[in-house]
Every structure is written in C-alpha cells, then in structure tokens.
Unconditional design. Structure first.
Length: 496
C-alpha cells in the first residue's frame, strides 16, 4: 500500500456522456405509451413546445448510417441561444420558420379543434379501458359476517382475523392467533380467538383463513363427496408422499388399493389450494405494440413504427415572434434560452428513437424470418451483439431499444427481447436455439410412456437423436424451469 501526500499529474482516458446523449438514451428506452406521457409532461413544463397540425408519415430509411449526423433542413437546425451574443441570426432564423403564418397575437398559442378532439378521445379511451376493481376480500367476508348473530367481542375478533388475511397468498392466515392478541392475553381471550377463527373459516370461499395447505384442503372436504375417507387420509397424513408420487408407499401405509388412491387423488385435484385467488392482484397490463411487422408481396417483412400516439413537435411560433421583436427582457431571454435547448433536445431525441428502433427491429425481423413464417420450432439463435454489428451501434443501444418494447406480428404481439435466444450446435455444426430445445423437451415428456417415463439421461439421448447435443445438467435445469416433475413424479402407478 502506498500512502503519500502531494501533487501528481496523471493522464486518464474516460468517456463522459453529454446531457444530450443521456436524454436520447432515456427516450430510446421508453415504450410508446410511456413516451407519450413523457412528451405530454414536457409540453406542460415547456411552453415553447407545441404540436404541429400535420402528421409526418414518411418511413425511416433503415439503410441510413446511424453514425452519420441526420440531415436536416433549415427549419430543423438546432436552435441555441448564447449568452455572449445578441443571437440576431438565431432570432432571424426563428422568424423565418413561420413566414407562412400571416398573423401573430401577443398571447400563447391556442390548441386547435383537432388537438382538443384528440385529447378528449384519449381521455375517453382511458376511462373506457379502466379496469373495474372487484369487491375486496375484506368487504366480501365482512358482508357475510354481518349476517351472523354473534356477540360484539367475537365480532371484533373476527374482524381482526379478516384484516390479517393475505389475499395475495390465496386468503391464508399467515399470523398465529397469539400474534393477534395482546402479550398478556388470558386463556379466555385465546379461546375466543379460536371460536372467531372457526366462524371466519365457515365463510365463503371454502378454505378461507387456513393456516397451511393441509388445513385449507381439509376445510373444503364434505362427507358427501366421493372417496371422502380416502381423500381425508391423503390430506391429513400423505401430502408429501403425494407430491413425490410415492404411490406404493401410500398403499402400504393406508391399505388402500392403487385405484382407490388414484380416484381419491382425482377428487383432491378439484379442491382449491388458494380459495381467495379471485381477489389476488393478477391484473394483466394492456400491451401496446411499439412496432408492427407487415408482409410484403414478395414474401419479405417490413417494419412500421407504431407512433400514431406520438405528437409531432415544433418550437412555438409565438416565442419566435417574441424574440424577433426585440422587446424581450434579459430574464425572458435567459428563460427562453433554456427552454429552446430543452425543446430541441426532446425533438431530436424522439427522431433518433424512431430511427434507431426501426433499424434494430428490422434487423431482428430479417434474422428471424423463419420463425415468423413457420413458428417457434424455427427460431434462430440470436445475440444482441449480432444486431449491434449489423446496425452499427453499441450493444447497449440495442438493449435499450428492445427494452419493454413489443412487436405486432402475424403470430401475435411478442416482446422484442423474445427474439434473442442462445443456442447450441447439433451434429452437423448448425446452431440450434435453446427455445427449440425446450419445445422438443416438452414434446418428449408429453408423449412418453407414463409407466416408464424418461429419466434426465434418457431425455439427453432422445434429444441427441433429434440432432440436439445437450448436457444432462442443462436438461435438468430446463425441466425444472418449465415445471416438469422428475421421472418418479411423472410415473403412473395405476397399472402396476
């Protein structure tokens, strides 16, 4: 270790991102609906931004080089107000941008009727598509509790138990009764809590307020159900054996035949381990595609950016005229200087996002044409570095471009990241995507003989016969991730 004090001259090379580059990366990473919200926020904070009446529909040329600066005309030239000059040329250029508009008024620009109609339509769609929240689990249980005739102390204890239920865990009571009582609770208070729990557990849905899976299933059993005795025995003493498919061991311990055990198992499958699942927070968010892929007449695919939600921006004509009039105070000039630069940065960032996302998506689609044509079995291995090399950008740019973006294809709306998959080589030296291996693995398991299911070693051999060289540990990992049980758990004992 070196400890010293003094002045040292050192030459270090490091990369510093400019504010413009940081903003462009942030804008690139936003999905289309988030970008729309970001633009609306910027327009609320920056009065120099306004929406153009006409919508640009020109397609992006995916053959352009991203490393080259984008060609712009005089109207799109970056506007920068400097402190050390009178900015006469900039102000003059601002004025020239709006010569076609004959009249200006000394007031901020008003929104057109079309813009007002668009905003009203968006608000209407948002309200129409809002998901109606169902009655909460607590309200549902309390409404039933209110119909029962119970004393006030028991009612309050029932309410305390209901408030402790975990709706996200299927209505399970994950707290002990002792935790719901004071530390110095008397035996009478504990007995009251036990009685209150029985009352709550008698409410709908069946199995509510159970403290574990075994109790949840037992609460749902009725003596009139088929194979009641067998099901009750399985739930009470053999849940772990059932999970590991130890049917001969259950037969030995209970004396039940394998057919009776199998019938009881089928009845057990009809019970609900999460009775409050309807109240779980499982709302699926609405997906809006950022990119649409269309098939051309020659069989190829082209990318169209879905940006109809994104308004076309420009710098306000009112402030151009305000600056050119020479009546602006130094404070106004300073304010406008900041807002002009911020507005120009946003406009350029949105344009850059459009160009980059289009080129990246087109490169992905060109590589995965077989997948679009023939389905998941034909997906090709693809790494982000390959797309970055093809498009001519850094790999992190590709990562941001595809992050949380969706592609509308003839096979449905798919996340762009789904097209990036690893791979392995087959016997012919060709790359095989991991997704194809997983599909084949599921097919082998579905079609196996359940009396003699494939072990992981057998699955390795079967995959090799289909030209897929995969290690045993890889098969085990994929099987577990796909939720496929082991060969012992998949075995059918009914004919033994």
């Amino acid at each position: 270790m070196r400890l010293s004090m003094g002045t040292e001259l050192r030459q270090v090379q490091k990369q510093v991102l400019s504010p413009t580059m940081i903003q462009r990366m942030e804008i690139l990473q936003l999905p289309v609906m988030a970008l729309q919200q970001r633009i609306e926020q910027e327009m609320n904070e920056n009065p120099l931004l306004e929406v153009t009446e006409e919508t640009e529909t020109a397609e992006v040329d995916v053959g352009e080089d991203l490393d080259e600066p984008e060609a712009v005309n005089d109207q799109e030239e970056e506007l920068v107000v400097e402190d050390n000059s009178d900015n006469a040329s900039d102000f003059e250029r601002l004025l020239e941008l709006n010569r076609e508009v004959p009249d200006h008024f000394d007031e901020p620009p008003r929104k057109s009727a079309n813009q007002l109609d668009e905003e009203a339509s968006r608000r209407h769609d948002t309200m129409a598509n809002a998901i109606e929240r169902p009655t909460s689990l607590n309200d549902f249980l309390l409404s039933q509790l209110g119909e029962l005739r119970i004393d006030e102390a028991c009612f309050r204890m029932c309410m305390r138990i209901i408030s402790a239920l975990d709706a996200d865990d299927g209505g399970r009571l994950n707290s002990s009764l002792e935790d719901l009582l004071p530390a110095d609770a008397s035996p009478e208070e504990l007995a009251l809590a036990e009685r209150a729990l029985e009352i709550v557990q008698s409410l709908e849905p069946q199995g509510i307020a159970a403290r574990d899976l075994r109790e949840c299933l037992l609460l749902q059993l009725t003596e009139t159900m088929p194979f009641y005795d067998e099901v009750k025995a399985l739930v009470s003493d053999h849940l772990d054996d059932l999970h590991h498919n130890r049917m001969p061991l259950i037969k030995k311990k209970t004396g039940f035949s394998l057919s009776r055990i199998q019938n009881a198992k089928e009845q057990l499958k009809r019970l609900n381990p999460k009775p409050a699942a309807a109240w779980m927070d499982n709302v699926v968010p609405t997906v809006t595609p950022d990119v649409v892929v269309e098939r051309r007449d020659d069989g190829s695919y082209r990318i169209i950016l879905e940006d109809t939600f994104i308004p076309q921006l420009r710098i306000s004509n009112y402030y151009r005229e305000r600056l050119s009039s020479g009546t602006a105070t130094p404070e106004e000039v300073e304010y406008i200087r900041k807002k002009v630069n911020a507005a120009q940065w946003l406009i350029d960032s949105v344009k850059q996002r459009r160009q980059t996302l289009t080129r990246v998506a087109q490169a992905i689609v060109d590589h995965q044409t077989n997948y679009l044509e023939n389905g998941p079995d034909f997906i090709e291995p693809l790494r982000m570095q390959q797309i970055a090399d093809k498009v001519g950008v850094h790999v992190t740019t590709v990562s941001r471009a595809v992050d949380d973006k969706w592609l509308e294809t003839p096979r449905g709306i798919l996340p762009l990241r789904q097209f990036f998959v690893g791979g392995s080589q087959n016997d012919d030296g060709e790359d095989v995507a991991w997704d194809r291996i997983r599909i084949k693995l599921q097919e082998l398991v579905d079609n196996e003989n359940k009396q003699k299911p494939y072990s992981d070693d057998d699955l390795v051999k079967q995959l090799k016969q289909h030209g897929m060289n995969v290690a045993r540990r890889t098969v085990t990992k994929y099987r577990q991730k796909m939720g496929i049980p082991s060969s012992r758990q998949r075995r059918d004992w009914t004919n033994n």
